[in-house]
Design a protein around this ligand. Structure first.
Ligand code: ATP
Length: 225
């Protein structure tokens, strides 16, 4: 059965902390396609001004361009109101009924799974691939995850072949890749302070940010722009 990966987030901006773990997941799970799904109007970030969707989408298109199996979807821009991961995953489930579906999320997101809209149904609908964020991992992560999910959690080493799950079961895979300690919040803050972020985003994304003056950035000397 073919495997389809989905990776949701605000991607404001996309950075190497998204790209490198996504490549590890691709190498490990051998996804036929890994689709990045930028959130249009995420409920947990209502109130925080997001960079307009077309810019976030364009940066993802640039970041994923070198990878044949990476795609970007505008699925969330096509729906009105707050966009919930559950609805997005359900619509992919319906459209790609013949594929095994995996949803990628960082361990910080997974540690808050109980706050997600219809989370109990979500974990029955899709396999989760939890990416290693240094802020919460190992015992600290387990302590925050609802008990009923513990029995579904499986640790996976990068590049290890992951067998097909038994039909009807959904798993939560904790991918033990190297942590890549960078967040979009940190990057936006650095740009606001006039510091460069060029080593932490793909070069094409950096050029785009400079060209469009995103994040009130002030290009510093020697930032490669
Ligand atoms: P922000 O700082 O604005 O909250 P972010 O860097 O966490 O942004 P998001 O777009 O919110 O990025 O993240 C999308 C998904 O990618 C989330 O599930 C998040 O946990 C995960 N993620 C983000 N950064 C990393 C990282 N460095 N390593 C692993 N996963 C990450």
């Amino acid at each position: 059965m073919r495997r389809l990966g989905l990776f949701g987030g605000t991607f404001d901006p996309v950075h190497l902390g998204h790209v490198v773990p996504a490549v590890r997941a691709l190498e490990t799970f051998r996804f036929e396609r890994l689709v990045f799904v930028p959130a249009f109007n995420p409920p947990h970030k209502l109130g925080d001004p997001l960079t307009p969707f077309p810019h976030r989408f364009a940066m993802l298109a640039l970041a994923t361009q070198p990878y044949d199996r990476f795609l970007v979807s505008a699925a969330e821009a096509e729906r009105a109101g707050p966009t919930y991961t559950f609805d997005t995953v359900r619509s992919f489930r319906e459209r790609f009924a013949a594929e095994q579906l995996y949803f990628l999320m960082g361990s910080d997101s997974f540690s808050q799974i109980e706050t997600w809209h219809r989370w109990e149904e979500l974990v029955d609908l899709v396999h989760l691939v939890v990416l290693h964020r240094d802020t919460v991992w190992g015992e600290a992560l387990e302590a925050r995850v609802p008990r009923p999910l513990h029995g579904r959690m499986r640790r996976v080493e990068p590049f290890q072949a992951v067998p097909d799950p038994e039909p009807g079961s959904t798993w939560i895979y904790l991918l033990e890749h190297e942590a890549f300690p960078v967040s979009a919040t940190q990057l936006r803050e650095r740009l606001r302070l006039g510091r460069s972020i060029h080593e932490l985003v793909p070069p094409e994304v950096h050029r785009y940010i400079v060209k469009h003056h995103l994040y009130d950035q002030v290009a510093g000397p020697g930032d490669g722009s």
